[in-house]
Ligand binder design. Structure first.
Ligand SMILES: Cc1cc2nc3c(=O)[nH]c(=O)nc-3n(C[C@H](O)[C@H](O)[C@H](O)COP(=O)(O)OP(=O)(O)OC[C@H]3O[C@@H](n4cnc5c(N)ncnc54)[C@H](O)[C@@H]3O)c2cc1C
Length: 300
């Protein structure tokens, strides 16, 4: 079994498959843990009291390895041949791996706003990860863009460092769990600019200013700012799977309830599949189902 991606979904598939004594290899681009390691605090994973994302990912990795799962990280997949009985995955460094079944769990990545200045100030005031960069803004003023769970939770996390956090959201209401909404409303360091979108980033070497449009009135204003954290949705990491398996119009992998993709013996799990809710719990559930389905496929 080859599992592509070592986030919550891939690590869970690795735990279940290796525990079922299937020879299992996780191939992961980048560091193990995926988006879990981008979040400062995970407080909604059942059975685990408020924890750090890195810690949760490390425990999952340890569990998978203890059951005999092999994990290879910091690699790049060059191509796939997923048709036929023996599936083939070729890495950029020339290594080649074969398996009778593949679980795809490459997750997703933050969606950029794609507005002027974003590329220029990425890493110089613009960030997509509060855990990674929050500390750089100690005593400063930052904007958080977005109105979903990630945006609101990370805005609260940022108040540990920043003196003031302004949430800028394009609608007049948030699309987050009520608990997350309550937390931002109770926090005295957090302010809100609703019905508004960022239009430009500017500065001299580092980000210094943003322009904001109030959507109902069309009025644009400028604001001095030290940092902007963007949580505006995600893009599935499925570009290299186009034309290989069926994706929907948003490039999410199409699966049935057993996590089967359009190709026999190929399953998918986690944030990369077509679904509504993206959480660690849902990724873990998908990884479980994909692994059990793959085991059944191999038995038959
Ligand atoms: C800031 C933030 C805060 C969050 N907070 C919470 C929270 O509090 N609670 C909660 O339940 N959820 C939270 N989430 C959501 C949760 O982290 C994700 O839903 C979940 O981790 C997705 O897991 P995954 O395994 O599907 O994908 P990912 O975590 O994206 O993992 C995919 C892995 O695959 C690798 N990969 C990508 N492409 C390839 C490729 N071609 N080949 C090999 N490997 C590849 C990636 O490097 C990554 O390691 C948060 C997300 C973010 C961004």
């Amino acid at each position: 079994m080859i599992v592509v991606g070592g986030g919550a979904a891939g690590l869970t598939a690795g735990i279940y498959s290796s525990r079922a004594r299937l020879s299992t290899l996780i191939l992961n681009e980048g560091a193990i843990g995926g988006q879990m390691v981008l979040t400062d605090e995970i407080a909604n994973y059942p059975g685990v009291e408020k924890t750090n994302g890195y810690l949760l990912a490390s425990t999952m990795k340890k569990q998978a390895k203890e059951f005999g799962c092999k994990i290879k990280s910091n690699l790049k997949i060059l191509s796939y041949n997923l048709e036929g009985e023996i599936k083939q995955v070729l890495l950029e460094d020339g290594r080649e791996f074969h398996a009778r079944s593949v679980i795809l769990s490459p997750g997703g990545r933050p969606r950029p706003l794609q507005i002027p200045g974003e590329e220029q100030f990425k890493g110089s005031g613009i960030s997509y990860c509060a855990t990674c960069d929050g500390e750089f803004f100690t005593g400063k003023e930052v904007i958080v863009v977005g109105g979903g769970n990630s945006a609101l939770e990370e805005a609260v996390a940022l108040t540990t460092y920043a003196d003031k956090v302004t949430i800028v959201h394009q609608f007049d209401h948030f699309q987050a769990f009520q608990h997350a909404i309550d937390q931002v409303k109770l926090n005295p360091k957090i302010e809100f600019v609703m019905d508004s979108e960022l239009r430009t980033f500017s500065g001299n070497g580092v980000l210094q200013e943003v322009s904001l449009e109030h959507l109902p009135s069309g009025k644009t204003t400028s604001r001095n700012i030290d940092g902007v954290f963007i949580f505006a949705g995600y893009i599935p990491n499925t570009a290299d799977l186009k034309g290989i398996i069926k994706l929907n119009a948003r490039d999410e992998i199409l699966v049935d309830q057993d996590m089967k993709t359009s190709l026999s013996g190929v399953f998918a799990a986690g944030d990369c599949i077509q679904k509504k809710y993206r959480q660690v719990t849902t990724a873990v559930a998908d990884g479980t189902i994909a692994s059990l389905s793959a085991a059944e496929f191999l038995r038959s």
